[in-house]
Design a protein around this ligand. Sequence first.
Ligand SMILES: NC(=[NH2+])NCCC[C@H](N)C(=O)O
Length: 394
Amino acid sequence: MDSEVGPLRAVLLHRPGAELKRLTPRNNDQLLFDSIPWVDRAQEEHDAFAETLVSRDVEVMLLADALVTALTDERAHAAAADTAVDRRRVGHELADALGSHLSGLDAAGLADVLTAGMTFEELPAAEGASLVRRMHHPHDFVVDPLPNLLFTRDSSVWIGNRVAIASLAMPARNRETALLDLIYAYHPRFRAAGRAYGAHSAPVEGGDVLLLAPGVLAIGVGERTTPAGAESLARSVFADGLAHTVLAVPIVQDRATMHLDTVCTMVDRDAVVMYPAVRDTLVAYPLRPGTDGGVAVSGPVPFLDAAAEAMGIDRLRVIDTGLDPVTAEREQWDDGNNTLAVAPGVVVAYERNVETNERLEAAGVEVLRMSGSELGSGRGGPRCMSCPITRAAL
Ligand SMILES: NC(=[NH2+])NCCC[C@H](N)C(=O)O
């Protein structure tokens, strides 16, 4: 995998399920959803997304299936049960009982608990009657649900032939990486895959990582990825010879711009769709391999210039989100910039971003529209909802 736009061959998606049914008006903010999605419709939208990809010869791998396969390995099963027991939350009395309950589940049952979570009420009564259990509300979570698993882009990233496990910044998403870690370690398909990063390193989320061209990465630094995260991922890809330039790109620390891919994604070899409000102000700190495995930093310089130079092209074409500033702001919020390229000049985009999609088409980009009225309530578009595993070389 050395670009954002090479013909997509295989992708990891997560079909939303029971974990979305855990969202309530009381917990949705903390769980990073803006409203309460209608789950059946979200599934229909997601199925249509997957079908669009399949119709373009993309192999779709579903995270829940991959997790069950990984959990059939005893070591993965034991490790997974362990990651789900938070002693600080459930106390020592209940921790052992919960651990033994989870150990007794089959792979599919355990995968359900790991993704959809578990309430005190759902933990069989036979499993101990501790103070913690008696004082908690029956609907409180013993194991938290992971509704943001939907956004497979963020939890792991393929760079070259290696996979980087993200280090997620928000507590609501922290445990996602433990599941990805197990999938990559125990699923037979991935056993040989080398690692480029780990969940215990400084925060880096996949939505911030753009593979601008072979050997060139952009990493957004803002609400999620920290400066230390960008620097250590750069170190790691330099050490593995996966890149010669990494552009660290500061973005506003705000929910609307939580990741770099909320303001900019690649739609062709030399073109991006970009939020006009940041177009002229976005800068980059170019990073290059330094002496003794270090990272040399220069800049800041205008992002578009730095990107074109590193990519070895004259100019990066920019297609604006929306027409006027208000439409642009609305369509940016609704993930108009968050497109997924299935080939150079062919992208999947939310249908609701009418003006941005028209602009893309006017610029010669083929737009495969999908509905996302429910999926979008988690604030993520086609790019966020996909983790490309293989792309053909450009
Ligand atoms: N790559 C992205 N833009 N991902 C969007 C993630 C949305 C998710 N609700 C979160 O806040 O983490």
